[in-house]
Design a protein around this ligand. Structure first.
Ligand code: RFL
Ligand code: PHB
Length: 390
């Protein structure tokens, strides 16, 4: 097989790039290890920044998002018996975010790829890129008993944090920066009316909690749990009881509970791999960087990588201009590190750290007091939450 751009990973990053390039006449093949059903069962992000929504529309995948997604102009931070609203619209110069699930967005991308006869190969095992520093790279994979080969101009590593693309960059070239947090998030999805029309981030001494949503009939809640906890340790009743303990009383009183339709634990981690290019391999999304979900930046950072890559590929194929490809890593990383900083800050301010000393706790309180006493601080939060410009 031959294609112009071989994309490893059929998550949102890989599919979005494939779709955007296809619309400009650039040929791609996407290799995905899992089945489509498996990819669509992973419940992850819920908050999309404005720039991402725009990119979805450009990819002609924005119709359902615009119909069913909710525009949010603000969110609440509950702390120390108070509930403060962050007015995103006011403090970001009129911007907002879209609440629309990653699952739905990925489904829209798959459907668009189907409509255009895009090639997505599922159950691709043992995917391996080769000759990445040559002008003729290729990717091999096994489907059933048969080993196949795709010759290409470029390989895109969009295969998430546990993928193989990053690992094909030699250790002498790759630098990795990592911070592991001593807790995870236990998330529950339930077919219940959300407790609040806007997201509520809760700082509580028993641990962080988040009330989020997917629609007016589908709620998503999270609580901070110790790293050692297993999903099996948490019954639905146990989860709701703990969530209620952490919510402000009047919010807990109106919380509607129900059976969980999904329950999972995600450990919190910050990670960046540099550079994001090696020869003709380009990393994008979680393959190159991950953040703790507190700032809702993960998928949004993937989107800006895809935006830069898409334009770099266009310039290469249409104008013979390689400057975008040459600058890709530096440009993407500059924005990635800002998302890292913001996610680390939100995480540090809102979680309970098992090893914190009273001094640290005072600083956390002061951070929040300063935030809600300073318009400049709220502007900084809002500007980062709605997404820095691409
Ligand atoms: P993905 O989604 O991990 O997709 C990678 C795909 O590659 C496949 N793959 C392989 N394919 C072939 N060969 C191999 N060897 C392969 N290895 C892996 C995988 O099967 C998979 O299908 O990465 P991508 O596309 O870069 O997308 C990144 C996002 O998924 C991620 O950043 C977000 O979900 C993070 N995130 C959030 N981001 C936001 O912007 N806003 C949010 O509100 C938000 N909330 C969240 C989140 C992540 C969470 N978890 C579970 C970590 C909430 C949570 C709880
Ligand atoms: C979610 O709805 O899954 C969600 C929302 C905001 C976050 C993280 C996750 O910061």
């Amino acid at each position: 097989m031959r294609t112009q751009v071989a994309i490893i990973g059929g998550g949102p990053s890989g599919l979005l790039l494939s779709q955007l390039l296809h619309l400009k006449g650039i040929d791609t093949i996407v290799l995905e290890r899992q089945s489509r059903e498996y990819v669509l069962c992973r419940i992850r992000a819920g908050v999309l920044e404005h720039g991402f929504a725009k990119l979805m529309r450009e990819a002609r995948c924005g119709e359902r998002m615009d119909r069913e997604g909710e525009i949010h102009d603000g969110f609440i931070i509950a702390h120390g018996g108070r509930q403060n609203r962050v007015d995103l619209h006011k403090y970001s110069g009129g911007s907002s975010v879209v609440v629309y699930g990653q699952t739905e967005l990925t489904r829209d991308l798959y459907e668009a790829r189907d409509r255009m006869n895009g090639v997505v190969i599922h159950h691709a095992e043992d995917v391996q890129p080769h000759d990445l520093t040559s002008a003729t790279p290729y990717v091999t994979f096994r489907k059933g008993d048969e080993v196949q080969r795709i010759d290409c101009d470029f390989v895109i590593g969009a295969d998430g944090f546990h993928g193989i693309s990053r690992k094909s960059i030699p250790a002498s070239v790759l630098r990795e920066y990592e911070k592991v947090y001593p807790f995870g998030w236990l998330g529950v999805l339930s077919k219940t009316k959300p407790v609040s029309p806007e997201l509520i981030y809760v700082k509580h001494e028993r641990g962080f909690a988040l009330c989020s949503l997917r629609s007016q009939v589908l709620s998503r809640y999270y609580i901070q749990v110790p790293l050692a906890d297993k999903v099996e340790d948490w019954s639905d009743d146990g989860f709701w009881a703990e969530l209620k303990r952490r919510l402000p009383q009047e919010v807990a009183e109106r919380l509607i509970t129900g059976p969980s339709i999904e329950k999972s634990i995600a450990p919190l981690r910050s990670f960046v791999a540099e550079p994001m290019r090696y020869g003709n391999l380009f990393l994008a999304g979680d393959a190159a960087h991950i953040v703790p979900p507190t700032g809702a930046r993960g998928l949004n950072s993937a989107a800006s990588d895809i935006y830069y890559l898409y334009h770099a590929m266009l310039a290469h194929y249409k104008d013979g201009d390689d400057s975008g490809l040459d600058n890709y890593s530096a440009k993407a990383l500059a924005r990635v590190w800002k998302a890292q900083r913001f996610s680390w800050w939100m995480t540090s301010m809102l979680h309970t750290f098992p090893d914190s000393i009273p001094y640290d706790q005072k600083l956390q309180q002061t951070d929040l007091e300063y935030l809600f006493s300073s318009e400049a601080a709220q502007s900084s939060l809002a500007e980062n939450y709605v997404g820095l410009p691409f």
